[in-house]
Ligand binder design. Structure first.
Ligand code: HGY
Ligand code: MN
Ligand code: MN
Length: 406
């Protein structure tokens, strides 16, 4: 059976790359830290007896052939890039657990028909460019050239960042997989919420993945003297933004499965005694139901336009990413539920509020996810934690799932 010590030690070792003084991890795509992490993960894939390659968009892929050479492959994936000051389980667990499953099959000379590929996808988080799931989009064949023009905080485009690490953005089409060559995709991930902990369960089966809609809001008013301008003569973009954010929260509270987050904000020129001239903030708006997401999105925009008109402030909303909510395959959910039973865990099904690479494959091939419990639901935070036991249980369920699928 799987070697839980080896899995845990690898998780801790990978968590050291990009470590911050806070204890968190920062590993953005196409950076030194991410390259180091890929080299370490590639060495584990080697130890697991896999053939290794990096595809045209930087996805790191380890492969173990099955008895049927041309049979469609079963993919196990996740990501090793992180949010700023993130945790060491988000993404990393899914990649390392996939390698552990293959290494166990290899060591115990267990045969299987379908080939298995373990994939560490490029830039799932979108932390650097405000546009994520780059590697899984490319593999699904939906990444478009013009999307590589999005820039990071230094103005570097995705395409330029790829070139700097030896990847040619013109070749991204080569990373796409023909759906006929893939049987299924399975991802093990931490829940990043509190549901499993509240149920007292170590693991669960994911029913569907909420779709993140990311936008950047740019409000332009008129910088001015904080003392000399009466309140009714101002064009203050920050006060307009504050009113808009208040409305966003009120709207999100009306729909149980809807969440809205302002994660970044910047104010120019930023003087204590200066009425702001320009404000920029990001909005991350999600729900599992696309209809409701559209309704809430339209209400927020209409109200924002009204607020800006009244306050004589210009409003521009820049689209960053719009990901369709994705249901998980019923048949793979069944396989995972059976794998839970074989592992002695009562199957429990729950939705994912967080986005994952798997959602990019919703239209391409059957996709399923396994969650393990997150301590107090904390994630995207240095305090993100899952126990060694739960990581082992999740990997055992993944092992049984892969055995059945291959
Ligand atoms: O934003 C997300 O849901 C994921 O962590 N990328
Ligand atoms: Mn994440
Ligand atoms: Mn993740």
């Amino acid at each position: 059976m799987i070697n839980e010590e080896r899995l845990w030690n690898r998780l801790m070792a990978l968590g050291e790359l990009g470590k911050q003084p806070s204890g968190g991890v920062t590993r953005f795509s196409f950076t030194k830290e991410e390259r180091q992490a890929k080299q370490l993960v590639a060495s584990y894939m080697e130890e697991a007896g896999m053939r290794i390659r990096e595809d045209a968009v930087g996805n790191l892929i380890g492969r173990r052939d099955g008895r049927l050479a041309n049979a469609p492959a079963v993919l196990i994936g996740s990501h090793i890039d992180t949010v700023p000051d993130g945790g060491m389980f988000d993404g990393a667990l899914g990649v390392l657990a996939g390698i552990e499953v293959v290494q166990t099959l290899n060591e115990q000379r267990i045969q299987h028909d379908h080939p298995i590929e373990v994939i560490a996808f490029t830039d799932e988080e979108g932390s650097r460019f405000g546009f994520g799931m780059i590697g899984s989009r490319a593999m699904a064949g939906t990444l478009r050239e013009e999307q590589l023009g999005q820039v990071d905080s230094d103005g570097v485009t995705i395409g330029e960042a790829m070139k700097r690490v030896g990847l040619d953005p013109l070749n991204i089409g080569e990373a796409s997989k023909e759906p006929s060559t893939v049987k299924a995709y399975v991802e093990l991930h931490i829940e990043q919420g509190r549901v499993l902990e509240k149920q007292g369960l170590p693991a669960g089966v994911v029913s569907g993945i909420a779709g993140p809609l990311w936008t950047r809001w740019i409000l332009t008013g008129e910088a001015g003297h904080a003392g000399a301008n009466p309140m009714d003569s101002r064009k203050d973009p920050l006060m307009a933004a504050a009113e808009i954010m208040q409305f966003i929260e009120e709207e999100a509270n009306k729909y149980p499965a809807t969440v809205a987050t302002v994660g970044q904000i910047s104010v120019k020129p930023g003087g204590v005694n200066v009425i702001p001239g320009e404000v920029e903030f990001t909005l991350d708006h999600r729900t599992i139901d696309e209809e409701i997401r559209n309704v809430v999105e339209n209400k927020i925009i209409a109200q924002a336009e009204q607020i800006c008109r009244r306050r004589r402030v210009e409003l521009y909303i820049e689209p960053l990413q719009r990901v369709t909510p994705a249901p998980c395959s019923d048949s793979i959910q069944e396989v995972i539920r059976e794998a839970c039973r074989k592992t002695g865990i009562e199957p429990f099904t729950l939705p994912s509020g967080a986005g994952h690479d798997g959602m990019q494959f919703y239209n391409a091939w059957p996709m399923g996810m396994i969650f393990i419990r997150s301590k107090e639901g904390i994630s995207h935070n240095p305090a993100e934690w899952s126990s060694k036991e739960d990581c082992a249980i999740g990997t055992k369920i993944l092992f049984e799932t892969i055995r059945e699928l291959t």
